[in-house]
Ligand binder design. Structure first.
Ligand SMILES: [Zn+2]
Length: 365
């Protein structure tokens, strides 16, 4: 790389860092009152539906009981996107113990938080969309093909149809086998920074299954088929919610074609790589600077991950601040000619995601 391009890369990194520095001159980058209110609403709702299910599912019509289970699943997805994710990145509070405490809410949702931290914060964020290093990119293997560098399976050749059924399953996979497989792989490959222990992992799984189906079954006296159906519905709702929020922001043509994009920009660095391998689906403000109610709801539910680019370049910032950092980031990218992809709506991002999965399905491996 020429000296001139090296200077440009440095200027770009400096400009991105300045966005954070300027915006947080007069405010904290951690949780504010809005975020505290959000945490209270989500955790209270999760406890509320658990109490309803545990004490009353056997005395209400089956449809009502199953609706409660579905709501419980949705609160679990919200814990994942809005609380645990920030806490795991250390962006909820300046105090380590507060972040650690809230990161553990993931254990209640079913996954073992230390393994998720390694997989997401350590590996996915450091090496986004890099084959062999980004665990999220490989999360569909061996069935789904998220990269042209992966081999085909019988399923992957039809993945653009089947994927929408598979996306109901990820949390069910977590609470049964995924954490065990990952922990064995990390230990075998001597992956750096792996936290947690076998004892912790087994205890987490025992506690999870006790809290979310054994105790509700025992206390409510509900028939086994109702508990089983409710438990599956809870996971289907949590799984599909998390899948549609996380998957389209990295797995699509605009995010994967980063080699070509880098050729065009001619300079790289950490920020460029994060920006070109990530896409937003955040609503655009109207001419008066107002966002539609729909896009504000999407931002709330997704834990700010409709601004996935801002999350990747400012991972230590609490998600409630992303909408304020986005226009500044986009402006800097435009100045430097760095592609900044925003689909504008979740539907647009999902359509692009499906198109890309279809391309991968139909091409030869
Ligand atoms: Zn993250």
């Amino acid at each position: 790389m020429s000296k001139l391009l090296k200077e440009r890369e440095k200027d770009f990194s400096r400009s991105i860092k300045n966005i954070e520095k300027e915006y947080f001159k007069k405010r904290s980058k951690y949780a504010n009152a809005e975020m505290i209110q959000k945490i209270v609403i989500i955790l209270t709702s999760a406890v509320f539906f658990w109490v309803l299910i545990t004490w009353y599912m056997a005395v209400v019509p089956v449809a009502v009981a199953l609706l409660w289970w579905a709501c419980q699943g949705f609160t679990h997805a919200l814990i994942g996107t809005c609380i645990m994710h920030d806490a795991s990145h250390g962006s909820l509070s300046s105090k380590r113990w507060i972040n650690q405490m809230f990161a553990k809410t993931f254990d209640l949702v079913g996954g073992y938080s230390p393994i998720w931290h390694t997989s997401h914060v350590v590996r996915h964020h450091a090496d986004t969309n890099i084959v062999g290093l980004d665990d999220d990119l490989a999360s569909g293997k061996p069935f789904l093909r998220f990269s042209p560098y992966f081999a085909h399976s019988w399923v992957s050749k039809r993945q653009h149809y089947i994927v929408w059924f598979i996306y109901f399953l990820p949390t069910l996979f977590w609470v049964t086998v995924k954490d065990f497989i990952k922990f064995i792989q990390y230990k075998r490959d001597e992956v750096k920074g792996v936290q947690g222990s076998w004892k912790g992992l087994i205890l987490q799984k025992v506690a999870y299954h006790a809290i979310f189906w054994i105790i509700p079954w025992y206390v409510s006296g509900a028939p086994w088929w109702l508990v089983l159906t409710g438990f599956l519905i809870m996971h289907f709702v949590a799984g599909i919610t998390l899948s549609v929020i996380f998957q389209p922001t990295h797995v699509n043509t605009d995010a994967m074609d980063f080699a070509t994009k880098n050729d065009a920009i001619k300079f790289g660095g950490r920020y460029v790589r994060q920006i070109v391998t990530t896409c937003n689906f955040a609503g655009e403000p109207d001419k008066n600077g107002h966002l539609s109610l729909r896009s504000r709801i999407v931002t709330w539910i997704s834990g700010g991950l409709d601004h996935q680019i801002e999350h990747h370049i400012f991972p230590g910032v609490c998600h409630v601040h992303y909408p304020h950092l986005a226009p500044k980031t986009r402006k800097v990218c435009k100045e430097f000619g760095v592609p900044y992809t925003n689909y504008g709506t979740l539907r647009g991002a999902l359509r692009a995601h499906n198109t890309y999965l279809k391309e991968l399905a139909l091409e030869e491996s």
